[in-house]
Design a protein. Structure first.
Length: 256
């Protein structure tokens, strides 16, 4: 019986690891890539933290920490590396006589982004890029996959606090084990300055899959070329009976 319970917990933990957020190691609003790229020679360190309460037996909570480094390697070209660490906590399951516990699943991510067009007078910019996600353990349930995208942004140049809109398509290259749900869709973003050092931000990936979330929040510029953002993510699959795929997210960013 103990062997069956451990197998059940491993299967469920793998499913939730696939549904948990994949952090993007690049210049993003929250999840959606911006058309911005890090200036050549500059390096930024970022760290995201989120906690999710799945409310699904026997998984109790998923905590994710995502430190990453993004650097400008050439004019309008950036690369990034990211380590996503997911800790899945379990509650006891009386029917299987299991004890509480936890498992950790790390992922290595790397990305490339190229801003191939921009016009400051018109407030327009366009970029394209991709991200490669490689699991560092649990390779029987998690597989390497890649996400590719392109986007176009429009900055409203009238007034001191004009918003910027971002939109574009994305597509995923993966097998059926590592990716569930839609393999292509749309990305949308909105950035609205409200003060000299604060702005409201929101973005969305369409599709019920690993990246399918609506995230909104606020971002503040801090001293020392740093910033902090706080928001809330709502999964596209959390509008039916199970509303567990929702959680707060906090990000800290600093120029090194």
């Amino acid at each position: 019986m103990k062997g069956h319970s451990r197998l059940l917990m491993l299967i469920i933990s793998s499913l939730f690891a696939l549904n948990a957020r994949t952090a993007m190691s690049q210049s993003t609003i929250f999840r959606v890539p911006t058309t911005d790229t890090v200036a050549k020679g500059d390096v930024f360190f970022e760290c995201d933290f989120q906690t999710q309460n799945p409310n699904f037996l026997p998984v109790d909570r998923i905590d994710t920490m995502s430190p990453r480094v993004v650097s400008g390697v050439a004019r309008n070209i950036e690369i990034g590396t990211n380590l996503v660490i997911k800790r899945i906590s379990f509650r006891p399951v009386p029917v299987f006589h299991t004890n509480s516990g936890a498992t950790t699943t790390p992922f290595f991510e790397t990305n490339f982004k190229w801003k191939f067009a921009s016009n400051g007078k018109l407030g327009l910019a366009a970029s394209a890029g991709g991200i490669l996600v490689v699991p560092l353990n649990h390779r029987t349930s998690d597989r390497t996959y890649a996400l590719f995208y392109s986007n176009l942004s429009k900055k409203m140049t009238t007034g001191n606090y004009g918003p910027r809109f971002t939109a574009g398509p994305y597509a995923v290259a993966a097998d059926r084990i590592s990716w569930r749900g839609a393999r292509a869709g749309a990305i949308l973003g909105y950035e609205q300055p409200i003060l000299a050092k604060a702005q409201v931000v929101a973005d969305w990936y369409s599709g019920q899959n690993q990246v399918g979330y609506l995230t909104s929040g606020i971002s503040f510029a801090l001293p020392g070329k740093s910033s902090i953002s706080a928001g809330y993510s709502v999964g596209n699959d959390s509008y039916r009976n199970d509303r567990s795929n929702r959680f707060p997210v906090v990000r800290y960013k600093i120029k090194l």
